[in-house]
Every structure is written in C-alpha cells, then in structure tokens.
Design a protein around this ligand. Structure first.
Ligand code: ADP
Ligand code: NI
Length: 214
C-alpha cells in the first residue's frame, strides 16, 4: 500500500524551518486549496495531493542543487513510500513546470492535475497571505520594501526573472497582480479575483502612506 502520510512526514521535515514564506504551512494551505479546487475538476485526487505536497521540493528558490537533482529527490521519496513509476512521472512533470517564470514568459503546459495545483499555489501567492509571503521573502533575501527610483520590469526570460533583486513592491507588478488572469480553473479564478482586489486596496493604502497622504 502506497502511503501519502509518509510523503507528508518527509515534506514537513524539510519545510518546517523554512523562513522565506515557503514553510510547511504554505504547503498545507496549497494542499487544502488544491483539494478544494479538485472537487469541481475531473482529476485524480491522489496525484493532486501528492503534487501539492511535493511542489516546492525542487523549486529553484529553495533547492540547492539542479532541477533534475530536485526531481530525483521527489521520485525517490515517492518510490520509498510505495508509489509506482507512473505516479512518479506525473508528479515530477508537475513539479518541473509549475513555477512562474516571468511576466512575459508563457506558463508551461501542465496536466489537469498540475493546473489545479498551480492555481492553488498561485492563490497562496496573492491576497493577504500573498502580501505577507512577499515581504517575508524579501526580508529573507535582504530586499528593500520599495524604492521609487527602481521601476518594475516585465521579465521576458526565466534567467532575468530569477536573477532580479528588486524591492518587494516591484514583485506585485512583476508577478502577483498578473496571476488573476493566468488561472486555469473556474474556482481558482473566482477566488483570485477577490484576493486581487484586496492587493489593489493594500497597494493604494501603501502609496498613500508613502506620500504621507493618509
Ligand atoms: P512560484 O513557483 O510560482 O514562484 P512559490 O510557491 O515558489 O511559487 O512561491 C512564490 C512566492 O515567493 C511569491 O509569491 C512571493 O511571495 C515569493 N517571492 C518569489 N520571488 C519574490 C521576489 N522577487 N520578491 C518577493 N517575493 C518573492
Ligand atoms: Ni509554492
């Protein structure tokens, strides 16, 4: 019998101490959102749950080695927990391509299960939680909150996106505000619309306070 709970234990151990907003609670929220979105989609819930749990293990921001090495870790955990080759492939295909790669870079195509997990991951990047995570990430990497002299950049390659060290406010324009139009599922789009409005309200207040207007 293959064991999802073994995967959960491994992922929890790896992300418990993570301090850049990709901690175990992020993984749990993504898992819960993905399971909720999956209820209205024709997808295999086991693949959705496994991919949600494992989606950040090989992430370029978090994994010290190459992408292939990160995907190897995912495969070995799945095999040790009793999952077969096909499950390994479906889950690593999602982990390989789930990430946002730049404002002007098209999202890589994913399976139906992958699109559910990508929507869940993107929902956790926006709204009140998304704002908190963005500043946690920026603080972790020593970024400024904001610098009016540095305008946002619409990155047209993953390299340019990945190597940016712009202030955190720029990240809203370079990624977070773009996500609502890049959702795949109906449930995801509806939830994203509300979270998006909240971020716009937040940014208005931020700039008003920056100018000392409120
Ligand atoms: P993705 O793989 O799509 O990037 P993740 O789950 O790895 O999604 O998390 C991305 C989150 O990490 C962002 O939504 C944000 O909170 C944070 N992050 C990544 N890059 C930056 C950045 N340059 N500035 C601020 N936050 C960032
Ligand atoms: Ni994530």
């Amino acid at each position: 019998m293959a064991r999802i709970d073994e995967i959960e234990v491994r992922v929890k151990r790896r992300f418990e101490e993570e301090g850049s907003g990709h901690d175990w609670w992020h993984i749990l929220r993504v898992r819960n959102l993905a399971m909720k979105i999956a209820e209205s989609e024709s997808v295999d819930p086991v693949i959705v749950e496994l991919a949600a749990l494992l989606h950040d293990v090989a992430d370029h921001k978090l994994f010290p080695g190459t992408l292939e090495e990160g995907l190897e870790v995912i495969s070995s955990w799945l095999k040790e927990a009793g999952f077969d080759e096909l499950v390994c492939r479906k889950v690593t295909d999602i982990a390989r391509d789930i990430s946002f790669k730049g404002a002007e870079v098209d999202d890589a195509p994913l399976s139906a299960e992958g699109m559910v997990v990508r929507d869940a991951d993107r929902l956790d990047a926006i709204g009140a939680i998304g704002i908190a995570r963005a500043f946690a990430f920026g603080g972790n990497r020593g970024r400024l909150l904001y610098n009016p002299a540095i305008p946002p950049e619409m990155h047209d390659s993953f390299e340019a996106y990945r190597s940016s060290d712009a202030p955190t406010i720029n990240h809203f324009y370079e990624k977070l505000l773009l996500l609502k139009d890049r959702m795949h599922t109906k449930t995801g789009s509806e939830m994203a619309a509300e979270r998006h409005r909240f971020m716009e309200q937040y940014l208005n207040q931020f700039f008003d306070e920056w100018q000392g207007n409120r």
